[in-house]
Write a protein that binds this ligand. Sequence first.
Ligand SMILES: Cc1cc2nc3c(=O)[nH]c(=O)nc-3n(C[C@H](O)[C@H](O)[C@H](O)COP(=O)(O)OP(=O)(O)OC[C@H]3O[C@@H](n4cnc5c(N)ncnc54)[C@H](O)[C@@H]3O)c2cc1C
Length: 404
Amino acid sequence: MTAEEILVIGAGVVGASVAYHLTELGHDRVTVLDMRERAVLPGSTGLAPGFIGQLSATAELTVLAKDSVARYRALSDDGPVDAFWQVGCLEVATTRARLEQAHRDVEHGRGLGVEARVIDAAEAVALAPALVDAERALGALHIPSDGAADPAALTHALIAAGERRGARFRFDTPVLALEVEGRRIVGVRAGKNGTLLRADRVVLATGIWGPVLAAEAGVRLPMVDVQHPYLFTAERPELDDTPIDTPIVRYPDQAVYTRRHGRRYGLGSYAHAPLPLTPSPTLASAEVTYRESDFGTAIAEATALVPAFQEASPDARLNGVFTLTPDEIPLVGPAAEVTGLWIAEACWVTHAGGVGKQIANMLLGTGDLLVDPERLAPGRFAAWSDEKIRETALGHYQGIYDVH
Ligand SMILES: Cc1cc2nc3c(=O)[nH]c(=O)nc-3n(C[C@H](O)[C@H](O)[C@H](O)COP(=O)(O)OP(=O)(O)OC[C@H]3O[C@@H](n4cnc5c(N)ncnc54)[C@H](O)[C@@H]3O)c2cc1C
């Protein structure tokens, strides 16, 4: 390993995007280490249903999401990739207040360069009949440039493109510790025997496991892991293998979202008390035990809302863990506490393309940044107590789809 070698820990969508963008900028001295096998994604990426919505209350998130959408679309320029479909998004209004809000959202979107329009209930039902209830919908905000990803396929595509340009991915390689000398990173201890791999720049992209390695190196990551339910219908006879051909659908007032996944439909809900989880080094997967009672009435209410779920009880359910921050913005940039340690954490699939580009440009010092780095700085909550970070982050859980 040479001085210019950049080590990335974690080959979920975020680590893959970091390596992809480093190689795109011509830097092929990058090695990505992951404890997982090449084909399996045990982290959040492997569980995410892949809703990609660009409109946000926070301009920076919209910038990162727009850049990600452009990148995910462009991936197929390198060869056929079935990983992202620009099918649009419907935000269904079931109250007058939400419908009025939708008109304001059109203006908000225009300011951020995201085209949207308000459509009536009949058009919303016509666009996604299995997902929009004609009895409940009063209209919808339609955002045609949003879409859906297959996060696992997307990650494999980013890895393949990065490898073609010289990045190395080492799977079955757990990182046991960050090696720090005098507040400077000198490498990592990796593999079953804890071999020292030297590097003076290391990017932490370990998703929900972020705090595990960081804390031992004296770095506090202001993030909270939370559990989240997602359900699937059984395969439907009227559906074929087309991955998706209708918009993704959100119900902002009910904190519910739903989409087609090939022969099935899927649905998630945020309408329950947040369920934090503290990751341990032995946690092998971001999927934890699903107990419907943990989610209160959220599942019953969500399935009653969406036509595809009204007819039959769900066929498959999962409880997946992902990360929140106090301002919903990912943690991206150098760690203040340890020189040479970089953070790419708490980032959604929605923003991973833009985050990879941002940190790659920061690492290489090109000056070509999407977002003011201060807005993403991992140390921006340094003055906050752990309790305030936790409470504020958890407070965003139910309103995650509110764009105001
Ligand atoms: C149920 C659910 C629904 C979601 N819905 C959406 C959605 O619709 N849209 C959206 O944009 N996002 C969604 N998300 C969030 C999104 O999935 C995550 O934010 C994103 O996938 C995080 O990617 P990551 O690469 O940071 O983490 P991960 O995918 O978790 O990858 C981290 C990697 O680090 C590796 N690793 C960890 N520790 C070590 C170690 N010590 N040594 C070596 N390797 C290590 C792991 O093996 C893993 O491969 C959802 C998440 C869940 C769980």
